[in-house]
Write a protein that binds this ligand. Structure first.
Ligand code: ADP
Ligand code: DP6
Length: 333
């Protein structure tokens, strides 16, 4: 291996999808069927240090101060193998990572985790990848990780090419584009552990959900509408579209065989509370969305946070709420 930098540290944040990635057209190249769009979240951070060590006999991975589980270490080694191949490096690596928020609890630690790993490993191996190329690497760890390379509002373009060259994430607007927009994350108590990995679950949806094809046909129009509403900072246009997209994702999950149900009774009460708030106010002041998990993200504007909180207060089973703005993306430390 070449001399020079062998250690690098990179940090970034998880993201929440407003337009969901759900299903791949080419699993080997990790190419999705549809483009997706997300907001990178402030404050929640993953910091990862990678060091290639001559003589080490296998990759080591410590996560949050402890040796990681074998499956998590194997996933990290898979990403390191890609980097080693590209950089013609043979040394094994010591990887140390820390999430400053709960791991594997539905807050997308896998997205920030694999984005941070891609950033740190490629730099440590001496690869000088552009952010776009970095996003193309990160998606092999976890699809949504490609969006966590960038801050603010981010699009992952599905592309059309069979070789995947036109499939990458790109920043649409920086974090400060819309300071008034906030994500009130309702952390739901007793959120069940995911029984099926997203990669497996989404392919089951592709193969068995009678709603999948319709969703796929609708997504480009919805993505364009969401993009336009963000460009204009138009919450009255944006909020209904966010919920429509989330409902479409949930319908696909529910009609998958066997059915995928990520929500708890508490999550469902939150969705109802947001719908009721909008009805009672006579205009869309908030929007819910969720990923493949029970926590619910409620997007609203700063001036409506009190009203949203008041609606959520009576719901049992919300453990905690986090008030987050759009945040910065990946950076080398
Ligand atoms: P989440 O909602 O937090 O993404 P998942 O169960 O989908 O939950 O993914 C959690 C998995 O992601 C962990 O078990 C681990 O394999 C991986 N992961 C989490 N954090 C990191 C990290 N900082 N570095 C590398 N992998 C990570
Ligand atoms: C519902 O990116 O976690 O959160 O590629 O299998 O790691 P893998 O899947 P992952 O799936 C994300 C699904 C989603 C929607 C999204 O974030 O776009």
């Amino acid at each position: 291996m070449q001399r020079g930098t062998r250690t690098a540290t990179y940090e970034t944040s998880p993201n929440i999808a407003l337009v969901k990635y759900w299903g791949v057209r080419d699993p080997a190249r990790a190419l999705p069927y549809n483009s997706s769009l997300s907001v990178t979240l402030e404050r929640l951070r993953t910091r990862t240090r990678v060091e290639f060590v001559p003589g080490l006999d296998r990759d080591e991975f410590r996560l949050n101060g402890r040796p990681a589980a074998p499956a998590a270490t194997a996933a990290v080694a898979g990403m390191l193998d890609r980097v080693r191949d590209a950089a013609r490096v043979t040394d094994r690596a010591r990887v140390v990572s820390r999430n400053n928020f709960q791991t594997a609890s539905g807050l997308a630690s896998s997205a920030s985790g694999f984005a941070a790993l891609a950033g740190a490993a490629s730099a440590a191996a001496g690869l000088r990848l552009s952010p776009q190329r970095l996003s193309q690497l990160a998606r092999f760890g976890s699809g949504s990780a490609c969006r966590s390379i960038f801050g603010g509002f981010v699009e992952w373009r599905a592309g059309r090419r069979a070789d995947g060259r036109d499939c990458y994430a790109r920043p649409l607007y920086p974090p400060r584009h819309w300071p008034d927009l906030v994500d009130l994350v309702a952390l739901v108590a007793a959120a069940p552990e995911k029984s099926v990995r997203s990669a497996v679950a989404m392919q089951a949806s592709v193969e068995t959900s009678p709603e999948y094809a319709r969703r796929l046909a609708e997504v480009p129009g919805r993505l364009a509408g969401i993009h336009r509403a963000i460009a204009r900072r138009d919450s009255a246009a944006l909020f209904p579209l966010i919920m429509e997209e989330c409902d479409s994702f949930r319908l696909v999950c529910e009609t998958t065989r066997p059915s995928l149900d990520y929500l708890t009774a508490t999550s469902r009460e939150i969705l109802t509370a947001v719908r009721d708030l909008n009805t009672d106010t006579g205009r869309p002041v908030a929007a819910y969305t969720h990923d493949a998990g029970a926590h619910v993200h409620v997007f609203t504007l700063g001036r409506h946070v009190r009203a949203v909180r008041a609606r959520l207060r009576s719901i049992r089973g919300i453990e905690r709420t986090l008030l987050l703005h759009a945040g910065t993306g990946g950076r080398r430390i």
